[in-house]
Structures are given as structure tokens and as C-alpha cells.
Design a protein around this ligand. Sequence first.
Ligand SMILES: Cc1cc2nc3c(=O)[nH]c(=O)nc-3n(C[C@H](O)[C@H](O)[C@H](O)COP(=O)(O)O)c2cc1C
Length: 199
Amino acid sequence: MKKSILSFVLLLFVLIMQAQNINLLPPVKTGGKPFFEVVNERHSERTFVKREMPLQTLSNLLWVANGFNRPDKRTVPTGSNRQEMELYVVCDTGIYFYNAKQHLLEFIAKGDFKDALGQPNISNNAAVSIVMVADLDKSSIESARMSSGYISQNIYLFAASEELGTVARGSFKKDDLSKVLQLKPNQSVILVQPAGYLK
Ligand SMILES: Cc1cc2nc3c(=O)[nH]c(=O)nc-3n(C[C@H](O)[C@H](O)[C@H](O)COP(=O)(O)O)c2cc1C
């Protein structure tokens, strides 16, 4: 009896936690594989082994991808410093917005929305899929596509350093994704990039 009450309380705790913002851990800004090794090992992977990503790894990944490395500027360049790109994270339990300034995951929706990502053979076993979203009030779609390339490459290099798998995905269900991410008309999904484990 005592055990089942404890299990229920634990389940309730897990469910409540899933429907809340997640404070990311401060990114680790030292170490990693040497730069030339990382460039040499950069490649696309599409087959992942299902495994949860530790919070520290996710924190580092998001910071590398599009975090702030100076008070008002980021790890990736943007034309005229417009900073038009923001990231959303789709994982097994829900969808979050990466608030880069606060280095925080803001809860958007609870549930499994991986179907909206398309290419289920790739998406289903990835630990997370990062969705790159442009604010087209801040820049043109052409600039946003270039900016996404920088974010994508940072993710590729991080993956090579951490021995994770990743692949840039230009093929995704744009309408479905826009709906589940609750995007406004000025926001457009540019690229999707899963990251996951190879073993
Ligand atoms: C803009 C862009 C869109 C891409 N879209 C997809 C995609 O939808 N699905 C996929 O499996 N790979 C996609 N890729 C990955 C490429 O197929 C891959 O980079 C290419 O085959 C070279 O392999 P490599 O990354 O291992 O060097 C995309 C890559 C880029 C840069």
C-alpha cells in the first residue's frame, strides 16, 4: 500500500515536472574534442538508439546551437545582428521553446508530437529534435536560411565532439509543425535537426 502511494506521488511529480519550464544547466564552455578532429568527424547520421539526453548535454547543445556567448550576441552570426532565429525542442514528452537569453526551456505543450516532424524513421529514436524558427518581421527568409546553416553546423560540430548523431532536415511537415509549435503568422520553420545516440 505504502509502495503504491509512493509510486503514485512519484508519477504525479514526473507529470507535473513535464508540464513546466525547465531550467537548463550553465553550459560547459571548455573541453570537447580538438577542433580539427571535430571537423574531420562531422557527418550526418539518421539511425539512433533510443536514449534520453542528460540535461547537461541538452544545455550544452542548445547553447552551442544558438545561445548567447556575449551579453547581446550569440554563438552564431546573423545579418546586421538581427538574431531572427529561435529554437524549439521536440522530445518524447512535449515541446519547449529555448529562451536563449535566460537559458531556459519554456514549456509549450505536453505530449508526443513527433509525428509533426515527418521522416519518422529519423525522428522517432532521436533524443531531441531541434526546430529552427525564423521571425520574418526581423529578417528575410533568405537571411533566415543562411542563419539556420550556422546553427546547423554548430549542432553538427557539437555532435561530432560528443559522439552524438545528427542530420539537417529540410524535409518536414511545415503546416503540422507550425500548428503544434503554436507559431504566429510571422514565424516560419526553416530547418529541423534531430540529435540522438548511436549506441
Ligand atoms: C539544407 C539541408 C537539408 C537537408 N535535408 C535533409 C533531409 O530532409 N533528410 C535527410 O535525411 N538529410 C537531409 N540533409 C542531409 C544531407 O543529405 C547530407 O548533409 C548530405 O547527404 C551529405 O552528407 P554528410 O552530412 O554526412 O556530409 C540535408 C542537408 C542540408 C544541408
